[in-house]
Structure formats: structure tokens, C-alpha cells
Design a protein around this ligand. Structure first.
Ligand SMILES: [Zn+2]
Length: 386
């Protein structure tokens, strides 16, 4: 099958890399300025130099005061998988700002032992928690369809992860949902909400539904009633609940590595003993056996693998230099996920041959070139001239 990724994702035909970090202009929705600097790097610079964080924290206190309830009910929903970021948000809101959070987790497609252990440790550190688990047979079929038709097996998880907190807010009469970072703003994307603490509910749909309406899934044989837990609550009930989505990254300087140290100390969070496949890091996105395939598909579709993203974040946070980042990208970005490969095939009910066929169907000519039977990137990142 031949696809047109340039059209589908509105990608620039000519691949360019940011001169400050490792990200390329192939990340959907990212913008580059005339000096070749990406919007995420510009935002990182803005955060470091222009934002008055004392004032922002005062805004957070005001927000908490507005939503705090004194009758014992929950006053904030915190989506949290037990990873370092959600755990940081929940712990800060509860123990520093005196909120009464309900923490909620949408079950991983296929949980890992380290992920489950971190979630248990997080809950044990003093939280009320609800785990949302959809019908695994439906999840597997959606994963299969998403892998084939969207080039991202992780999409069913993203649906649930996005919508479950909204359901929990409406059901529990909680108006405030607090996320960690705004990925669109921090990592390059739609900058519309860069200078405000909230996200429009409409944008929530726009970015996370890959333009596919529910009809798409029902046409592929998924029943509406099986799709229900993956969908958002009715817009009317979200609105009449006066639901607000906020990001702690707007109010407090967001530093994933610092979150990691914080959670080691406060929620008994452990890093993995080995690095994640496709990258060098040991402490991010540990809870799902499928997510290595999500990152690998990003490498296939956009030439942006997991190491590229990790290095880009760490360069912006001042943890590593761009040259170090480039070396890490060259070393790890292309690595195929092997550890859970057979489990993935089994989970998606596909053969290894079909897997290769689907992967190759997502390679765009402007990213990939086949030389002597081997797929090569047309544009490799390089060090800046010094
Ligand atoms: Zn950049």
C-alpha cells in the first residue's frame, strides 16, 4: 500500500534539523524560525529567561483556592500512571498545596512489571486511585487496527488516557483536571496555548484523535458499546460540569529529570535496570510493553525516534550538549524493539511478515531510500559546524 504522509501530516518536503536540539521539522505541527530554531527550543528559552515563576506559583495557589473543597469531596483529578511526571503532580498538589486529588490511571495496553511496581508504590505513598481497564479483547482489536491504519499501535491507549480523566471528572463532580506538561508546547507543536494555563476541550479532540471519527472504528467492526470507554463524555456534560484542564508545567518550571529525583524520594519511584529500547534513558515511559513500537513507528514515519525526542528534551533542559545528543541519536534511534516483539505480534494477532509489510507501508520516500535492499534515512542529523 502507498500512503502520502506529506499530505496526511502536512509535513515539509525538505527535512531540516533544529540548530539547537535534535528534532527535525518532520514532527507534526512543529514550527522553525528563520534561524532554524524549533518552537520547543524557543519556548524553553522563554521559560528560562522571561517567565516570573514566583508569579506563576501565586497563580497556582489562586487556582487551588478557587477549586479547593472543604466538604471532603475530591477537588482535582490527576491523571497518573505511576510514572515520574504524574506522580510529581499528584504529590505536589496533595502535600504542598493541600488539595484532595483523585488520581486516575488508564490501564496500559500491556503493563510491564516495573510499571506496575511503580504504580503500586505511588498509590502506597498515600493516594486515592482509580484504575480504568477496558475490555482487553476490544483493546487488542483496536491496537491491530491502529497499527495498520494509523501507523501507531498506541492510539487506543491514547484515546483512553485522554478521555478517562474527563469521565472521572464528570462522574465525581470535580471541575479541575491537572496534567503535567503540555506536550504540544514543551516538545513542539501547536503553540496556541503556550501562554495560557489551560487547554480548550475542543483542542483535546483535535490533537489526540488523529482526525478519525468514531465511525471509522465502527466501520471496521468495533461496536459502539465497545468503543464507549475510549470516547470522551458528551461535550454537554463536560461543559455543564465546568471542567477545566490545566498543566502544572505552566505554573511551575517543568524539569523531567528533577521530577524523577523528586519521585525517587517521595513516591518510591524506581528507574529501570536497563535502558529503554531505541534510546538511552531509564526512567521515562516504563509502564507499557507496547510503547516501544509507538516510538519506533514515529522513527519510521517521521525519522524521529525515541532517542531523538529524549535528547531534544535534555538539550533544552541544559542536561546535555547538542553534539552529545547527536551521538546518542546515531547510536540508538534506529534500534528496533525486540524485547516484547513476540508479545506484540501475539497481542496484535499479526505475523512477523505482516509486521514488516505494515512498517514498510509507513515509510515515506522523502524520509527513506532503499539501497541494496537496505532502508537508509535520506537525511541523517549531523553536528553543527564549529
Ligand atoms: Zn530545537
Amino acid at each position: 500500500m502507498k500512503r502520502d504522509l506529506i499530505k496526511q501530516y502536512n509535513l515539509p518536503r525538505e527535512v531540516k534539523f533544529c540548530t539547537k536540539c535534535t528534532i527535525s521539522n518532520q514532527r507534526p505541527r512543529i514550527k522553525f524560525d528563520i534561524y532554524g530554531v524549533c518552537s520547543a527550543c524557543l519556548y524553553a528559552e522563554y521559560k528560562r529567561t522571561k517567565v516570573d515563576w514566583k508569579l506563576r506559583e501565586a497563580e497556582l495557589v489562586d487556582l487551588c483556592n478557587k477549586h479547593r473543597k472543604s466538604n471532603g469531596e475530591y477537588d482535582v483529578i490527576v491523571p497518573c500512571s505511576g510514572g515520574k511526571d504524574g506522580s510529581f503532580v499528584a504529590h505536589q498538589l496533595k502535600y504542598k498545596y493541600g488539595m484532595n486529588p483523585l488520581t486516575v490511571t488508564w490501564a496500559p495496553l500491556k503493563h510491564t512489571n516495573i510499571g506496575r511496581k511503580n504504580l503500586d508504590s505511588f498509590i502506597a505513598s498515600g493516594f486515592n486511585h482509580i484504575l480504568g481497564t477496558p475490555n482487553p479483547q476490544v483493546t487488542r482489536r483496536l491496537t491491530n487496527l491502529s497499527f495498520i491504519h494509523l501507523g501507531d499501535p498506541f492510539q487506543p491507549f491514547i484515546y483512553g488516557q485522554t478521555n478517562f480523566p474527563l469521565h472521572m471528572a464528570v462522574m465525581n463532580n470535580v471541575q479541575l483536571i491537572m496534567y503535567g506538561e503540555n506536550g504540544e508546547v514543551e516538545y513542539g507543536g501547536d503553540m496556541k496555548n503556550a501562554f495560557s494555563p489551560t487547554r480548550d476541550i475542543q483542542d483535546h479532540d483535535k490533537h489526540y484523535f488523529s482526525g478519525l471519527p468514531p465511525d471509522f472504528w465502527t466501520e471496521h467492526g468495533i461496536l459502539a458499546k465497545d468503543l464507549y470507554p475510549f470516547m470522551a463524555p458528551k461535550f454537554e456534560s463536560i461543559r455543564s460540569n465546568k471542567t477545566e484542564i490545566h498543566f502544572l508545567g505552566y505554573y511551575k518550571f517543568w524539569d523531567p529529570q528533577e521530577n524523577y529525583y523528586y519521585c525517587q524520594e517521595h513516591t518510591d519511584f524506581s528507574a529501570n535496570t536497563e535502558r529503554s529500547e531505541g534510546t538511552y534513558s531509564k526512567y521515562a515511559s516504563l509502564d507499557d510493553a507496547i510503547d516501544g513500537f509507538h516510538y519506533y513507528l514515529s522513527y519510521i514515519k517521521f525519522g524521529i525516534g525515541r532517542a531523538t525526542s529524549d535528547a531534544a528534551h535534555e538539550i533544552r533542559d541544559g542536561k546535555i550538549t547538542r553534539d552529545e545528543g547527536v551521538a546518542l541519536v546515531k547510536r540508538y534511534d534506529h534500534e528496533q524493539p525486540k524485547k516484547y516483539f513476540n508479545e506484540f505480534l501475539d497481542f496484535c494477532s499479526i505475523s512477523a511478515e505482516k509486521y514488516d509489510e505494515i512498517i514498510d507501508s509507513w515509510r515515506s520516500d522523502h524520509i527513506w531510500n532503499k539501497v541494496n535492499g537496505e532502508w537508509l534515512l535520506r537525511n541523517q542529523i549531523a553536528e553543527n559546524m564549529h
